[in-house]
Design a protein around this ligand. Sequence first.
Ligand code: ATP
Ligand code: MG
Length: 284
Amino acid sequence: MKAPQRLQPLIDEGLVDAVVRQLMSGKEAMVYVVRCGDETRCAKVYKEADKRGFRQAVDYTENRRVKNSREARAMAKGTRFGRKVTEAIWQSAEVDALYRLAAAGVRVPAPHDFFEGVLLMDLVTDADGDAAPRLSDVDFSPQEALRHHAGLLREVVRMLCAGIVHGDLSEFNVLLAEDGPVVIDLPQAVDAAGNNHAQRMLLRDVGNLRDFFGRFAPALLRTRYGEEIWHLYERGMLRPETELTGRFEPDTRPVDLREVLREVNDARMEEATARRLRVRTPRQ
Ligand SMILES: Nc1ncnc2c1ncn2[C@@H]1O[C@H](COP(=O)(O)OP(=O)(O)OP(=O)(O)O)[C@@H](O)[C@H]1O
Ligand SMILES: [Mg+2]
């Protein structure tokens, strides 16, 4: 097909040889199948901010890093420069998350390049080599549903161990590749430790998986994996290989106040010692 204007810079740069076809036009991006040398890849072209949906909401962008205070001020004021910065952060968040997650062994499409607002990544394919369907387009037997649900929980745990909550995980953002589910669509991914909404988002992500696969395997509807995962994560006890049970008993025992105060005091003393050491260290 004739190359859309937004892909022309990648062709000029030699990153893309030809555009095969348009795959999708989502709420936030247009997605194309492209040829890069011998490879068939996927190009995600982000739409302009004002043509986009809801996800750039405050919840998601909280604690995203900016380079300097000029950028922060411009973003707060909503100047044109500020909007451009916000935009760039939004787009690069997906690229950053993909690189980090791929490195952590999470099943995401491998990223290849990010140029002029276009993300080049692996095309996720089915057994025929065609673009893979979304989970929402597939029917599952109860056994398959249980297997894929368990597999995707592993991916969620692996993501969390890498410090990331997807934030929009559902049957619409998981593709069924020949060798199993692959997680996509991460511009809203949040930092698990630094974002106050991370817990709520993780519970919602895991709840979406439960509700979807629960249609095929109703026993899943009684599970509480989200709470279990977050509970272990908060206590520093979550590992990619942690066995999960799906059960979760909220701890309703009364709080041991003396123990809590002791912890607070310890932390204070550690901080004071650290401060003294810093003061003593001579400046370079
Ligand atoms: N790497 C990929 N391989 C194959 N297909 C892909 C890939 N990335 C995206 N797609 C297809 O493009 C669609 C839109 O991609 P994505 O979800 O990342 O963008 P979006 O604009 O957020 O879309 P939506 O608003 O529909 O969620 C996906 O549902 C999927 O069908
Ligand atoms: Mg999507």
